[in-house]
Design a protein around this ligand. Structure first.
Ligand code: UDP
Length: 404
């Protein structure tokens, strides 16, 4: 069933709803469009449908379009994504050409007459070159761009400069070399989506049965696409250290995103390792690739600890989701994660390569249910106050109110 703003009253309180209604009045005659490059998989596809739906419920005509790219395009933009996070890239003429051509061809059948255009991430960034711009364009970058590959950054900058404003997910991503205004807006989760809503014990049991996840031992889980920046191999390394101290089980849950062609390769690389095969055979490791919101919801509730061992992270919605469920999270101190985890208060932060540290904290948590509960309840309140969809909506209303 479609959710409306009033459904959130019980969770966020009357004051927040009245603020949203008041602020939307200012821009209620406007027509906005969001454009990204996938319906499914990853944080952006997670946020947009619910946010767009609530913007409409708040009275602002808001559309959502998906850039149609071919497989070459997505393999190039994945390389761009990696290079924006600091990897090397061979920025050949053909890559530049295909990147632009896909945007140009999408632009031929995408007519933009809106009052404001919000473009998400690098895939549709050059669309601005192929449209007659007569309204503010905002580039919403969800990636850590603090240390980009310079050559690529320079290339992308030629498009970014045409924008009226850039939104980033963390202060650390602010670019001194960009003359356009930049603004931090934190991402958010929807507490009423199937992934985050309260679910019954019965549904939890059914889901565990369906995906063959036993709970006779404590579960440690990472929910993440198979992506080198999420460091699934590092997670296995940490798990093996924990297992030397306490008998437990690791779950890696990673569905495939349509705009991430590398996922399958990384998955195969991990699955073909003899150490992984042995862990799976002994039922110490469970690897899941189903795209299923209730499965993620269940795992984030039944696991004793959620790990997020990212090497880079724009924000890390998987962290927000687990914090909201009151499950202790042990995560890397990278990107947007420290906004969500206040060390030893709402969770635990470690340097990404500190395998021993990760293992030590996880063992401690497994041995101390009281600590888990204390951390978990503070984590939930931190998310309620800062990272729910209603706050995200207010940030957009403020920004649109200023810019339009
Ligand atoms: N996700 C999912 N199933 C999976 C793996 C991930 O539904 O098997 C979701 C996850 O719950 C989260 C989003 O994909 O909502 C990932 O967002 P995040 O910001 O953590 O990382 P990104 O993939 O955007 O880098």
């Amino acid at each position: 069933m479609l959710r409306s703003l009033s459904d959130y009253r019980e969770i966020v309180g009357d004051g927040v709803l009245s603020e949203i209604y008041k602020k939307s009045l200012k821009i209620c005659k406007k027509h906005i469009v969001h454009i990204n490059s996938t319906y499914q998989g990853g944080g952006v596809a997670e946020i947009l449908p619910n946010l767009v739906s609530l913007m409409n419920d708040a009275g602002i005509d808001t559309g959502w379009r998906i850039l149609h790219g071919d497989s070459d395009f997505f393999s190039i933009t994945k390389k761009f994504h990696n290079a924006l996070q600091g990897e090397k890239i061979n920025l050949s003429k053909i890559k530049r050409r295909l990147y632009l051509e896909n945007n140009e061809s999408f632009s031929r059948f995408t007519h933009i007459h809106h009052d404001c255009v919000i473009i998400h991430d690098p895939q549709p960034l050059p669309l601005i070159n192929f449209q007659r711009k007569h309204q503010p364009w905002i580039w919403r970058c969800h990636i850590d761009i603090s240390h980009p590959n310079q050559e690529l950054w320079d290339f992308l900058k030629s498009f970014i400069l045409r924008y009226d404003l850039m939104i980033i997910s963390d202060n650390e991503f602010y670019r001194k070399d960009l003359p356009i205004p930049q603004r931090v807006i934190y991402p958010s989760i929807d507490p009423l989506s199937p992934k985050n809503m309260e679910i019954s014990e019965e549904l939890i049991r059914k889901t565990l049965r369906k995906f063959k996840i036993p709970t006779d031992k404590p579960l440690i889980t990472q929910v993440s696409r198979f992506d080198k920046w999420k460091d699934p191999e590092g997670v296995i390394e940490v798990f093996q250290r924990v297992k030397e101290e306490i008998d437990c089980r690791l779950v890696l849950c990673g569905s495939m995103a349509a705009d991430d062609p590398e996922g399958m390769q990384i998955y195969n690389k991990i699955m073909n390792k003899p150490a992984t095969k042995k862990l799976i055979q002994k039922k110490d490791l469970i690897v899941l690739t189903a795209e299923n919101q209730i499965l993620v919801n269940t795992l984030q509730r039944v696991s004793s600890v959620i790990i997020q061992k990212s090497l880079r992270e724009g924000f890390g919605l998987t962290v927000t989701e687990a914090l909201w469920k009151g499950t202790p999270v042990v995560a890397s101190k990278v990107g947007g994660i420290p906004n969500q985890i206040i060390h030893e208060e709402t969770g635990f932060l470690l340097q990404p390569k500190d395998y021993a540290g990760f293992a030590r904290v996880i063992v401690n948590l497994l041995q101390d249910p009281g600590l888990c509960e204390k951390i978990g309840s503070r984590a939930k309140e931190h998310v309620r106050n800062n990272f729910l969809i209603t706050r995200h909506l207010i940030d957009y209303l403020d920004l649109l109110g200023e810019i339009l």
